[in-house]
Design a protein around this ligand. Structure first.
Ligand SMILES: [Fe+2]
Length: 300
């Protein structure tokens, strides 16, 4: 999009070089407006409903839990955390959007809240690309390995399920009974009319996405330079999409929602503090701090 003389530098994200990760490229087709597809990344509560409660269990059981939702609005980066309780564990899942269309989240299958996991990474590294007003291609890698999803899911069907909860090519009845992201996004029509929506508290991320996008469009239209992901770092750009699962049992002294909010806020603080570090150094820093946080919470 835009004049070819102004093609921005291609962003190099740290996600391209995670040791031990197998990255399988894929393209998914959504015949609707790209914003409908992009919305999902800043709407972390949809996994509890669309992918669990109203459909069949498309990922793991833990996804059906309702979490504490928080948003972090940092210029061209927008993060949404969903912090669930699964038994004695607290599971923090970080969804990540880097404007205009780069997205990552936690694992679809490797993280279910039942096993400890420190700074697990995203099951996908993806761009939501508009073809025209009513046609979208998701161009992406699916990530497999210890910090991504299990290798068993590295099949065409497995990748469809990671992308949208179900395989894409299904009979009409199945699509009706067990909708995935494809049915949710295209079912709203080729271009949704935002005026007819009733946004609520959990849609704060969706509202922020639209507000920001409008602001950036106006800026570019006014001839100002757009902020680029490459402005975020001089080396590989640190990314955040992923899961952390810590053992933090519920207790009588603090309401559980508050406990989970505190744990998630601290965990994000540790990740932000490592923003200038790269690769293994960043991993080591974050993982050490998360493990220390897990111990620290025993005294809360
Ligand atoms: Fe989804």
């Amino acid at each position: 999009m835009g004049p070819s003389a102004e093609i921005p530098a291609f962003p190099i994200y740290d996600a391209y070089e995670i040791p031990g990760m197998t990255m399988t490229p894929y393209i998914s087709h959504f015949p609707c407006n790209w914003l409908q597809v992009l919305d999902a990344i800043v709407d972390p509560v949809h996994t509890s409903f669309l992918h669990s409660r109203v459909s069949r269990l498309q990922f793991s059981e833990g996804f059906g839990e309702l979490g504490e939702i928080e948003f972090y609005d940092q210029g061209i980066r927008l993060f949404a955390t969903n912090t669930r309780r699964v038994g004695d564990n607290v599971w923090i899942r970080v969804n990540e959007l880097i404007f205009p269309n780069f997205t990552q989240a936690g694992a679809a299958y490797a993280a279910d809240g039942t096993r400890q996991r420190y700074f697990g990474r995203s099951s996908f590294t993806r761009w939501v690309v508009p073809v025209d007003d009513t046609d979208t291609r998701v161009i992406a890698w699916a990530n497999f390995g210890e910090r991504g999803d299990p290798h068993e899911w590295n099949t065409p069907e497995g990748i469809d399920q990671i992308e949208q909860g179900e395989v894409f090519d299904r009979p009409y009845e199945q699509r009706q009974r067990h909708p995935g992201d494809l049915e949710a996004t295209t079912g709203m029509g080729p271009v949704t009319i935002h005026k007819l929506e009733h946004l609520m508290a959990t849609d704060k991320g969706v509202a922020a996405l639209r507000r920001k996008l409008r602001r950036y469009i106006k800026r570019v239209a006014a001839g100002e330079e757009a902020e680029q992901p490459t402005d975020l770092a001089t080396g590989p750009i640190p990314t955040y999409g992923g899961d952390t699962v810590m053992t933090v049992p519920a207790r009588n002294s603090i309401p559980d929602g508050e406990l989970r909010r505190r744990v998630a806020a601290k965990a994000m603080e540790h990740q932000f503090a490592a923003d200038k570090l790269v690769g293994e150094e960043r991993d080591r820093y974050v993982i050490e701090r998360l493990k220390a946080l897990e111990i620290e919470t025993r005294d809360w």
